[in-house]
Design a protein. Sequence first.
Lengths: 112, 111
Amino acid sequence: DAGITQSPRYKITETGRQVTLMCHQTWSHSYMFWYRQDLGHGLRLIYYSAAADITDKGEVPDGYVVSRSKTENFPLTLESATRSQTSVYFCASSPTGNQPQHFGDGTRLSIL
Amino acid sequence: GQQVMQIPQYQHVQEGEDFTTYCNSSTTLSNIQWYKQRPGGHPVFLIQLVKSGEVKKQKRLTFQFGEAKKNSSLHITATQTTDVGTYFCAGLGGSNYKLTFGKGTLLTVNP
């Protein structure tokens, strides 16, 4: 469904570049999440946010920065991209922290 | 930290056979959620289990939550080609709201 959208869907960049992945949801969900998915590792939480201006680290936060100035947006920035950050990135949202999460279509990021 | 182990990693079945995937947590969970991801797609929520010993059914899918709230299973009866995908369990525990995902079970079905 179109309630949560990620952009871009595909991105190729070079090591050392800064890249920002966008996530926008229309449900006014309080909680938003960023995951990365890699073969053999499943889904790993990078950062999450309980509300605007409240963010917290997940399992693999190093090399990533997030912000949440508005409830509907939760951008993820790689300040200086490395090849190990090549992955598929999923954004998700939920009304409260213990309710099911709704995932976006993902961003496939390749870092050369 | 909390760990969620899921087995098997892969399962290939003939259409019509049954399929089960198992999930075990290192800590007691407040709830467990199951998601399905089709090839090239995103995870889609299937069900949430909250109570000790809970069993829920969705057509051919049966979900169980263990008595100790540390393990769970998903059983599919008479698989169909539409069941193809990766099934993830995800556990919620402790005082934060971080879901810990298992690595998933990739199910392939031979027609």
